[in-house]
Design a protein around this ligand. Sequence first.
Ligand SMILES: [Zn+2]
Ligand SMILES: [Zn+2]
Length: 147
Amino acid sequence: MAGGTNQACIFCEIVHNQTSTRLLHTDEKVIAFQDIKPSAQRHYLVIPKEHIPTVKDLQRRDEDYSLVKHMLSVGQDLLHKDAPQSIHRFGFHQPPFNSVDHLHLHCFALPFVPRWKSIKYKSLGPLGGFIEAETLLEKLRPLLSKV
Ligand SMILES: [Zn+2]
Ligand SMILES: [Zn+2]
């Protein structure tokens, strides 16, 4: 896992409180905030405090599995609180389809607004595209889990 902080990274700046972004959640491992260009009724991002560039930097091991699991549960809690009636979706862009090179979980309360925005969050199968959080977790789940 790539460690530490990346100087030129906008999400690292948010982590270090160098922007006016309002945080929806913060804990030891992650923070959450609203996407600056929301694509859905609610559109939040959950990011690790540590600068991990993309899903390609995650491996099948306890540390990465529990990080993604934690990101998902933070996103689920926020949407459950703010948009309990909506359908929720969670996932990641895989490079080269990611916009910012700092791992971020997209959390949506549907519908997409405007509707065509959904196209940005579609899986392209073997080409990559968007990967659902649950699918990523299956890929990261340790084969010989200690739990
Ligand atoms: Zn960063
Ligand atoms: Zn993204």
